[in-house]
Design a protein around this ligand. Structure first.
Ligand code: FAD
Length: 382
């Protein structure tokens, strides 16, 4: 016999950063919300993220979402009330081609016009901020000091606990298997543990969101792409470093406890759900490290993991409300930068549910943009 509630004003599908943030924001606003996660909280992409949080983007919407989320990460110990190991190490995009410098100069100008502290800096300054960086071939770097990294597990825990504290029902080990409609209106969500009556569903199922949408004939263009990273053994006398990204190769590193977290986006990976680690990954990573941060080669790998990016054709999020099905909302396709947008997206979904004006107009992120041929490419991605 299931003890699932028989009804909920809103059902959120997925217990990653998006689902838990949304449940928190809705519950805090007094909405009767049920979150359903088929496994454990954060087990999808969220707890496999590198934890990077930033507003250093080229698209003004991503800058706004990143900046709002940074404010929320900064205040996380007070609201929802959880330590998240936030390190404001700053982000440093290392630029090795003139067109990269030009693009980042434009992005920095835009970020500054939106009130952010970011700048394009010279190589000497970049070396001060990122002491493991090999400056050979580096022309400049884009520096955003208020960015950094924090713990995805803690963020999920904080939002889930906060949501429960405000009365939300957060249920794990429950898979949504169907969504019932009457005409274009949602009437219930089906699960293996029974049905739940509802009229509002929010699809936060990450890389699996297309399958959830397909339950009611809605298409979401999201593809899974395997990404891999490693964490090194403790580095003796480790020095402070910015979260550094060699933009041309995507090789990145940041401090992770006493060691260093390192990864890159292997462009040869084909879309798919396979999470098997590439046995060649460490070797490929070493080839990039030897060029850009050779000192990091002197330390062994302690652990590593794979995860899935949920990628859209223009590497930008899908966020909005379906036009075909009434009160079906979606937040997915974050293409490698979803963790850092979780707080802002949860707030926006709350406002869309409650018919309030969100702090920023996200209509350009609607999935309809692909039918309209209005792609919205984001350049500052890894
Ligand atoms: C290696 C790696 C590094 C990354 N680094 C960063 C980074 O530094 N910064 C950053 O911002 N982003 C990063 N990302 C991207 C980030 O992890 C994702 O964009 C983000 O976590 C997506 O969150 P989500 O809540 O949408 O999805 P998920 O965390 O995947 O959550 C979706 C959940 O839905 C559940 N679910 C699916 N179907 C159902 C169903 N039918 N019923 C019930 N539950 C269901 C799943 O079990 C899953 O837990 C990284 C990703 C990877 C793989």
């Amino acid at each position: 016999m299931s003890d699932l509630p028989i009804s909920a004003e809103v059902v959120v599908i997925g217990g990653g950063v998006m689902g838990t943030s949304t449940a928190f924001h809705l519950a805090e606003a007094g909405v009767d919300v049920l979150l359903l996660e088929r496994g454990s909280l954060g087990q999808g992409s969220t707890c496999r993220a590198a934890g990077g949080v930033r507003a250093n983007f080229s698209d003004p919407l991503n800058i706004a979402l990143g900046a709002r989320s940074l404010e929320c990460f900064g205040a996380f110990p007070q609201r929802p009330g959880q330590e998240i190991d936030l390190h404001r190490s700053g982000y440093l995009f290392v630029l090795t081609a003139p067109d990269q410098v030009q693009d980042f100069e434009q992005a920095v100008e835009l970020q500054q016009s939106m009130g952010l502290r970011s700048e394009v800096i010279d190589v000497d300054r970049a070396l001060e901020l990122s002491p493991y960086l090999n400056p050979d071939g580096v022309l400049a770097a884009a520096w955003s000091p208020d960015d950094g990294h924090c713990s995805p597990e803690s963020v999920v825990l904080g939002y889930a606990t906060g949501a429960r504290r405000h009365g939300a029902s957060v249920r794990t080990g429950i898979e949504v298997t169907g969504i019932d409609l009457r005409g274009s209106e949602i009437t219930a969500v089906r699960t293996e543990a029974g049905d739940v009556r509802t009229s509002v569903v929010i699809n936060c199922a990450g890389v699996w969101s297309p399958q959830v949408a397909a339950m009611i004939g809605v298409e979401l263009p999201v593809q899974p792409l395997r990404r891999q990273l490693v964490v090194t053994e403790p580095i003796p006398d480790a020095r402070a470093t910015a979260f550094t990204i060699d933009y041309g190769s995507t090789f990145y590193w940041h401090r992770e406890g006493p060691g260093m977290l390192m990864g890159f986006s292997d462009q040869s990976v084909e879309p798919g759900f396979d999470l098997t680690a590439d046995p060649e990954f460490t070797m490929k990573l070493a080839e990039l490290a030897v060029l850009r941060a050779p000192a990091l080669m002197e330390v062994g790998v302690q652990t590593g993991w794979t995860g899935l990016y949920e990628v859209t054709p223009d590497h930008n999020a899908l966020l909005g409300e379906s036009r075909a099905v009434s009160r079906l909302l979606y937040a997915t396709g974050f293409s490698g930068h979803g963790f850092l947008q979780g707080p802002a997206v949860g707030e926006i979904l709350r406002d869309l549910v409650l018919d309030r004006e969100p702090f920023v107009d996200v209509s350009a992120l609607s999935v309809d943009r692909f039918q309209r041929g209005e792609l919205r490419p984001e350049r500052n991605i890894v």
